[in-house]
Design a protein around this ligand. Structure first.
Ligand code: SAH
Length: 224
């Protein structure tokens, strides 16, 4: 009986799997921005998820990434980025680096990404991958992201990948005057995706549908 050696096993055609993921679960669910679709065709999502679940990297669902956290489903990543209305020139703050997948997709669609992760081991892995992929416009730091990143503020856009009890005040303060902030709000099982915009001295909040995220844990988030 012929045995196949591990190192000669054929590699799946990842580009093909990615194109199908984008077609079925992203474009197929209503995301039209071709720049976002192309960025998601380009970023090798399977490298970001743990080996154990890599076979599901191009499926429709969220996946566990260790430290009790998850990488969002492809549609949600695209939807949140779509809500940011990026033109390519923006300075973006992301809270919740996780695997770094969303940060890398963002890096293709804006000028500079600053991303904060509270779990050291996740941030380290993300930084390594960002370096391997030769992405030079994304920086990651380990910190409580509910404080924002004050010495880099203001930000044109802020995207929060974990659900908060309310919009953390420092993030609002670090948003530029014409900025947009996308954040899931609410307790587990009862979250809404919100888009927050500053209009003069007022804050306008738009409800963008139901959401399902891990909690944002920190000083201006949920308590540990
Ligand atoms: N965007 C990620 C997935 C994020 S999951 C990706 O593409 O893989 C949400 C992440 O938010 C988790 O990694 C969690 O550790 C992190 N997180 C939760 N509270 C945080 C806080 N206060 N500051 C920074 N990161 C936080």
């Amino acid at each position: 009986m012929a045995t196949q050696r591990r190192d000669s096993a054929p590699q799946p055609d990842f580009a093909h799997l990615r194109a199908r993921m984008v077609q079925d679960y992203v474009a197929g669910r209503g995301i039209k921005d071709e720049r976002i679709l192309q960025a998601m065709r380009d970023v090798p999502r399977h490298l970001f998820v743990p080996t154990l679940v890599a076979a599901k990297a191009y499926g429709a669902g969220a996946l566990p990434i260790g430290a009790k956290q998850t990488i969002s489903q492809p549609y949600i990543v695209a939807r949140m980025i779509e809500l940011l209305d990026l033109t390519g020139k923006e300075k973006v703050l992301e809270i919740g680096t996780g695997t770094g997948y969303q940060a890398v997709v963002l890096s293709k669609l804006c000028a500079k990404v600053f991303s904060i992760e509270r779990v050291n081991e996740l941030a380290l892995r993300a930084v390594e991958l960002i370096r391997t992929l030769k992405i030079y416009n994304a920086s990651v730091k380990v910190f409580d992201g509910t404080y924002g990143w004050s010495d880099q503020a203001p930000f044109d856009r802020i995207i929060v990948a974990a659900a908060a009890p309310e919009v953390p005040k420092p993030l609002l303060e670090q948003l530029s005057r014409t900025g947009k902030l996308v954040i899931p709000i609410g307790a587990e099982g009862n979250q809404r995706l919100a888009r927050v915009m500053r209009v003069g001295t007022r804050v306008q909040i738009e409800d963008c549908g139901t959401a399902e995220f891990v909690p944002l844990v920190g000083k201006f988030g949920w308590k540990e």
